[in-house]
Ligand binder design. Structure first.
Ligand code: PEP
Ligand code: MG
Length: 760
């Protein structure tokens, strides 16, 4: 069963058009279950009707011609109830509704299952048989499982408009699809227009797209070079193991080499290149074909060989992509597009050319989104239906306010967005003059408005009026290198920022890798990286990395007036803080002994996990400051992966539980008289900033992009009013309630202009 299921899903997903997918689906299901009839009905939401969309066994002429109201018939009942209906004689059911043109009167057995994606019924899958019999449990389970897997295929067709095309009568001319809109979540508020540049992750066959080439001979040469390099590698590895492996194991390497011969994989790949495919695409197709063939084998040993083929494919791909990497050309209006755009890829694009980002994976709170924000680059994350493979070089509009990306925009759309962009620019210019003012409320309450630093140059954040650095994400300079940066390299980078901010305080976070932040030269492969070896856990296990970094921070601050604050990420226990403080002290003593004129740094703990909230008072007693990392705190409190678009709607940093935790941290820090602030995205969100200020947070550290708006807001509100709002908010049950209430309050107070704008 499992194999049949898998091969149907693969077949359907791999078919060309949506029409072909539907036809294949009904055909395969009919064969698999041995039924006389299989149909699929698709929900036309606008008309609340189910279209007879694909079929085998009934009157095919009616496909696309007949629709049933949802209140009509058994198919409608399946959709209405959103659960399977299994009957041995459908004609006796009160909801049976005969549509004579379809010709189903002689079929008795009926099994219909709904196709549901994201809680919505998209269609109904039906099998029917003449015989009066109930489909058995395993048949029902099969259809339910299949339909759950196919829901994404159909959901995709809905998002891309292919489904709507089916609803438009077959006779109607195909619609010109200008303005294809795809949804994700807005990573950075803002709008931009530009040209798509597709980036590939390091060697992943799935991400390789199909492309047609003209220069076959160059492509063949490139392919030959890549294959030859892989052969060299294999020979080298084989020699290395020659002494230590038994001959039968060593023979495996020969098998590998043979697989790369012209009469095996390489030949097949070349054939495809000769037919006009680029080498990477040809490689992908051939490898997938072979892997599928191996995986279908009965013999478990042979099945495993599929993995070897895949491994070989990846090795060749790695060389192919290296050969090509140098050729990537970034136009002046680059919109970086990819299955999973990473901070590393971002760093490759010259800053002045980057206009926007669209990533199929990731969410508002992934580090990529945060980096994009600090660069003020409109970004769309989690655009799951975005057809990355066919988008290279196309014009795009990225609307980060609404989390929409528009391909192929019509001239009217372009004009509309140009007007909006001009409006945004105006507001930004107006707020620019605030840079010389401090964060003070109308009734005189002082809040430090600091900045989070990652990739950006120093100048911009000062231009926007930052009063200090509240979070220096040191992992960013680590990510853009090919090895760990040396102490001196680190010192240089850190000092540049400290000098620019002098005499303002600078908060340096110790290396926070793991989770979604990987170093290419220090790979960490884990099932659950966000619950794994991450942040302080890594650096305490590698004191050599920690000590070098602490020394670099201390020495970078030598002779400067500004306070150096060292901050520890992902703290979950008192012991970790004690150990880390011990290491900082050691680094400090060493640097002193070497004759440097350094001051004792302040030490702070990040509150990023629920455990730290419950020990906040104790932690506050140990260190100089607390800083809440609300991005991770939200992720861990709500058990919602900050990168996963499927649960992005559940991720809410104004969830009452999160606000409650923030309030607890504030109370703990106040009780210990320890300075406390926040450096998660919530601080840069106007609603968040008001609530945090009301709670007493002394430092709000945020992306420089949000800083002017937040400053304007703080300077135009009274803390007493903010506290009244907070008191109400703390009694609310849901994040939605909080959002609605705060929106209304801020609008009423005439402060709505800094809230996310409403375009549509
Ligand atoms: C946070 O978790 O809120 C935080 C500031 O750290 P990062 O986003 O870098 O994980
Ligand atoms: Mg964090």
């Amino acid at each position: 069963m499992l194999n049949t299921l898998r091969s149907i899903v693969q077949d359907v997903a791999g078919a060309g058009s949506f029409r072909e997918q539907l036809d294949l689906l009904v055909h395969n299901v009919r064969v698999a279950l041995g039924t006389e009839v299989c149909s699929i009905y698709l929900m036309n939401r606008e008309q609340d009707q189910l279209l007879f969309a694909a079929n085998e066994g009934l009157n095919k002429d009616m496909i696309g011609q007949i629709s049933l109201a949802v209140t009509e018939g058994l198919v409608g009942l399946v959709a209405e109830r959103a659960e399977p209906i299994n009957l041995n004689n459908a004609t006796l059911h009160p909801r049976f509704h005969l549509v004579p043109e379809i010709g189903e009167e002689s079929f008795h057995a009926f099994l219909g299952v709904p196709v549901i994606d994201h809680r919505r019924v998209l269609g109904v899958l039906v099998v029917q048989q003449r015989e009066r019999r109930k489909f058995d449990e395993s048949e029902e389970a099969f259809l339910v499982t299949l339909s759950a897997q196919l829901a994404t295929v159909i959901g995709h067709a809905e998002a891309t408009g292919d489904m709507a095309q089916l609803f438009a009568q077959d006779s109607a001319p195909a619609l010109e699809r200008a303005d294809a809109v795809f949804r994700g979540v807005g990573g950075t508020p803002g709008i931009s227009m530009g040209t798509a540049v597709l980036v590939h992750p390091p060697a992943s066959l799935e991400a390789v797209t199909d492309k047609v080439i003209e220069d076959v001979s160059t492509e063949l040469m490139v392919l030959d070079r890549a294959i030859e390099s892989v052969r060299d590698d294999i020979r080298r590895i084989s020699e290395q193991f020659a002494a230590s492996l038994p001959p039968e194991e060593l023979a495996l390497f020969d098998v590998y080499l043979h697989m790369l011969d012209d009469n095996a994989l390489a030949g097949d790949i070349k054939d495809r290149v000769r037919k006009g495919s680029w080498a990477q695409g040809a490689l992908k197709q051939v490898i997938h074909e072979h892997v599928r063939r191996f995986e279908a084998m009965e013999d478990s040993y042979l099945r495993e060989r599929g993995a070897d083929v895949k491994d070989l494919g990846l090795r060749v791909l790695a060389y192919l992509q290296d050969l090509r990497a140098k050729k990537v050309h970034f136009p002046d209006d680059t919109i970086l597009v990819g299955d999973e755009v990473t901070p590393g890829m971002l760093a490759e694009v010259p800053a002045e050319k980057l206009r926007g980002i669209v990533s199929v994976r990731g969410s508002v709170n992934s580090h990529l989104a945060i980096l994009a924000q600090s660069l003020d680059i409109p970004a769309i994350m989690g655009a799951v239906d975005f057809p990355v493979a066919n988008i290279d070089n196309q014009p795009l509009i990225v609307d980060g306010f609404y989390g929409e990306v528009i391909c192929n925009p019509s001239p009217q759309t372009v004009e509309h967005y140009q007007t909006l962009m001009a409006g945004e620019r105006e507001l930004a210019e107006e707020l620019e003059e605030l840079k010389h003012f401090k964060g003070v409320t109308l009734d005189g309450w002082r809040v430090g408005l600091w900045v989070n630093i990652g990739l950006t140059g120093v100048g911009r954040s000062l231009d926007r009026g930052a009063e200090g650095i509240g979070l220096f994400r040191t992992e960013i300079p680590f990510m853009t290198k090919e090895r760990f940066p040396s102490e001196e390299e680190q010192r240089t980078i850190y000092r540049e920022h400290m000098e620019a901010f002098e005499p303002k305080p600078v908060t340096m976070r110790t290396l926070d890798v793991g989770g979604d932040k990987a170093l290419s030269y220090f790979p960490i492969a884990e099932e659950n990286p966000f619950l794994g070896w991450r942040g302080i856990r890594v650096t305490l296990d590698h004191p050599e990395i920690f000590l070098v970094q602490a020394r670099a921070m201390l020495r970078a601050n030598e002779g400067l007036q500004g306070d150096l604050r060292i901050m520890l990420p992902m703290i979950t226990s008192i012991t970790e803080v004690e150990e880390a403080m011990g290491l900082v002290e050691r680094a400090y003593q060493e640097v002193l002994e070497e004759g440097a004129n350094v001051k004792q740094p302040q030490i702070g703990v990040m509150i990023e996990v629920p455990a730290a909230v419950y020990q906040a008072r104790r932690l506050a007693g140990m260190v100089d400051f607390l800083a809440v990392g609300s991005n991770d705190l939200t992720q861990y409190m709500l058990a919602v992966d900050r990168n996963n678009p499927r649960v992005a709607e559940l991720y809410s940093d104004t969830h009452p539980a999160v606000l409650g935790a923030l309030r607890e941290v504030a109370k703990a820090a106040l009780a210990e008289n320890t300075q406390f602030g926040i450096c998660g995205e919530l601080a840069g969100n106007p609603i968040g900033a008001v609530l945090l200020m009301a709670m007493g947070y002394q430092v709000l550290s945020m992306n420089e992009t949000n800083l002017p708006k937040v400053k304007w807001l703080i300077r135009n509100i009274k803390r007493s009013d903010a506290r009244r709002m907070l008191a109400r908010v703390l009694r609310m049950d849901t994040a939605e309630e909080v959002q609605t209430f705060m929106h209304r309050q801020l609008h009423k107070a005439g402060l709505g202009r800094v809230l996310p704008s409403h375009h549509h």
